[in-house]
Design a protein around this ligand. Structure first.
Ligand SMILES: [Zn+2]
Length: 340
């Protein structure tokens, strides 16, 4: 996704800061907008030794080469171990930490205390900034309070309420707003997403999220899934299983069973977030419904059911009776709402 063209105004405003660079910039905006990509491209443009007229990295110089290979000596990325390179949490890496650790922050000391290698800026991206416990955040705060010269912290956050106020106050805030529908549609279409408008609506206008959904194929099945799951107790598991089995068949391999388990899993994640008073992550337009449903389910049952879908996702890779499988997972979903 071309995040620079998606967020042209933000990009221009970032470039305008070159003359008087703060020590810490906080890119703040809802999830699914491409903030991490934007931070990454901005870092590349600052490290590039021959940037283009609009500030973008040239992609050809020594610095760009290093950066592209992930080994620019004046750059560090601070993110939870469990996160893949594209900034999303990867499945199947359950042992890796979901948090930035205090050791990762401490390891910055050495990096910050030697001169820069290329005589330019030293840049650290922190993604996401809320993925730190209090002790880790405090360790980072020390660094922010006594910044090493020529150092820029690029902090990314979708959840400012979970940041230490002292951290937030050390950063200049760069808001990343929801792009206009027209701009988002255009950027998605350029990426080859058919029916971009519909995907954007499903994703509550967030283009990154729309892109994530769109890779799963046609939108029809997702609309069915959302509508049925939103009914909660009245979900009609057998009907839903029938509808989705048909969608899988009709897709001729483009809609795998595991994409459906994935959708259900994301719905359960949102229910868990809502149950903990946190903003939903995936089904933004259904946020209010999800909050209502979460209040009807015992929290322990929710967690159990989420764990079960992890197993189900693995099963979905094997050949099996799709109809029975789908009936099974949706019967389990309905059971969430059963009286104890
Ligand atoms: Zn370059």
């Amino acid at each position: 996704m071309n995040v620079i063209s998606l967020h042209k105004q933000v990009w221009d405003s970032l470039q305008a800061r070159r003359a008087q660079m703060p020590h810490a910039l906080l890119l703040l905006g809802q999830r699914g907008l491409g903030k991490f990509d934007l931070a990454s491209q901005f870092a590349a443009s600052l490290l590039c030794e021959q940037p283009q007229a609009d500030g973008q990295a040239c992609g050809r110089c020594l610095a760009c080469n290093w950066y592209g290979q992930g080994n620019h000596p004046d750059f560090r990325l601070l993110q939870p171990e469990a996160m893949a390179e594209d900034g999303e949490v990867e499945d199947g890496k359950k042992k890796a930490s979901q948090q930035i650790t205090i050791d990762q922050v401490r390891a910055l000391d050495e990096f910050l205390n030697v001169g820069t290698h290329r005589g330019g800026l030293r840049i650290i991206i922190v993604n996401p900034t809320e993925a730190m416990n209090r002790a880790t955040a405090n360790a980072l705060l020390k660094t922010l309070e006594e910044p090493a010269p020529s150092t820029l912290f690029l902090m990314v956050s979708s959840d400012p309420m979970r940041l230490l106020p002292t951290i937030r106050s050390r950063c200049q805030v760069q808001p990343v707003p929801l792009p206009s529908a027209a701009r988002a549609e255009q950027v998605l279409a350029e990426q080859g997403v058919a029916d971009a408008r519909r995907w954007l609506a499903l994703a509550g206008g967030a283009p990154g999220l729309a892109m994530e959904w769109a890779t799963s194929g046609q939108a029809d099945w997702l609309e069915v899934l959302i509508r049925r799951l939103a009914a909660g107790k009245a979900v009609e598991p057998l009907v839903l299983a029938g509808e989705l089995e048909k969608a899988v068949k009709d897709s001729k391999g483009r809609l795998p069973l595991k994409a459906i388990v994935d959708g259900l899993q994301k719905w359960l994640v949102d229910l868990m977030l809502a149950a903990n008073g946190l903003p939903v992550r995936y089904f933004l337009p259904q946020a209010a419904t999800i909050v209502g449903l979460a209040a009807m389910i015992p929290p322990a049952r929710l967690m159990q059911s989420y764990r079960a879908t992890i197993v189900r996702r693995r099963e979905a890779e094997q050949p099996l009776n799709a109809r029975l499988f789908l009936e099974g997972i949706f019967l389990e979903y309905r059971a969430l709402f059963a009286n104890r």
